[in-house]
Design a protein around this ligand. Sequence first.
Ligand code: NAP
Length: 324
Amino acid sequence: MSIPEVALSSSSTTTRAMPVLGMGTGGYPFTVDGKKKLAIRHAIELGYRHFDTASLYQFEPALGEAIAEALHLGLIDSRSDLFITSKLWCTDAHPDLVLPAIRETLRNLKLDYLDLYLIHWPMSLKPGACSFPIKSDDILPLDLKSVWGAMEECQRLGLAKSIGVSNFTRKKIAELLQIAKIPPAVNQVELNPVWQQKNLIEFCKQNGIHVIAYSPLGGQAWPGRKNLVLESEVLQDIGKAKGKTVAQVSLRWIYEQGASMVVKSLNKERMKENMEIFDWELSEEDRVKISQIPQCKMISTYSLLSPQESRDSIDLLDVDIVED
Ligand code: NAP
């Protein structure tokens, strides 16, 4: 089953189109084991060509090894068969640290260029080693103009074929569009039937910015927390009637919004299941039912803080990522 591709705007002319379904490599705790690396090989064997990583995930070296192995085994003919995204973490979101950060990412991945480089979060943290969860004392306002200027330099130098942002609200994007010489090609955000982001999608469409959904299946499993996507009765009923799984209904809905998605799975069967969404559609009735699902966002800036942090004492109005 082949995965459709989309051309990104404001990319360098030599860029490759982006497969609309990518494999995620994030997940807390950020540990690397053989199972996660093997999952990349399985994904490539199945036909995944788009991989989403970030310096925060500490997975870049393992992804680089998996890519080198896939080339060695002949699973892919060349580097250019792949679409690789990574992200600038907040400790490097300072004008003079962006170029060193992308060079470090490229060294980790053993690649000459990224297909897409994103500002991971609309905020800065004190420079230094990346620690997670973050401390509220380390949060600094993002110097968007200068940091974006350095992102543009990454594209001009050919280190990234396209540049974009992640977790940006309409307000933050509007601010960026005022100052950007190269507009962002992408905004990667939490998006699924339980957090539909209709206004943001429309705004991005009007401005030629492609939306990529993260946590398209409701995110990673947390002990004691319900997965509102996979446990949605509405999605379960639609899936039953169509002979599809809830995951497939959720991913198909995202695709029908005109967005791409990065899904994480370590299981080869589920990876295959997640690819089987391109040769059928939801009915108008399904779409109406999905549009009525109560909305709930999972990831906000507050969720990046350790539970011991006093949330009342900090003002995150400018960096918080909740969108209506
Ligand atoms: P997700 O892809 O929505 O969900 C991952 C979970 O769903 C895993 O526990 C996986 O378990 C399970 N799963 C996968 N396919 C399934 C299926 N067909 N049926 C049932 N369960 C299935 O969550 P996510 O990892 O949060 O998001 C995906 C990627 O987005 C991340 O890996 C990361 O690359 C990116 N991301 C970006 C940001 C950002 O700030 N930009 C934030 C969060 C995530 P199994 O492994 O057992 O299949």
